[in-house]
Ligand binder design. Structure first.
Ligand SMILES: [Zn+2]
Length: 62
């Protein structure tokens, strides 16, 4: 699995369907074979980055 944002492989599993990229600090949730991508803000809230990625980029490739 690669990070769709930075293409890095430094991905950590933080939950059953949740992954975290330690390179660019985004959180990914696996949702029906697609990735939902969030950025973790300084206050701990999540903002969606899905708009920045195409359907293709968010498709899960293992
Ligand atoms: Zn990344």
């Amino acid at each position: 699995m690669r990070c769709p944002n930075c293409n890095g492989k430094d991905i950590g599993k933080i939950g059953a369907q949740n992954y975290y990229c330690w390179t660019c600090f985004i959180e990914m949730t696996v949702d029906d074979e697609k990735l939902t991508i969030h950025q973790v803000e300084a206050d701990g809230s999540l903002s969606s980055l899905n708009d920045l990625f195409s359907e293709d980029e968010r498709k899960l490739e293992w």
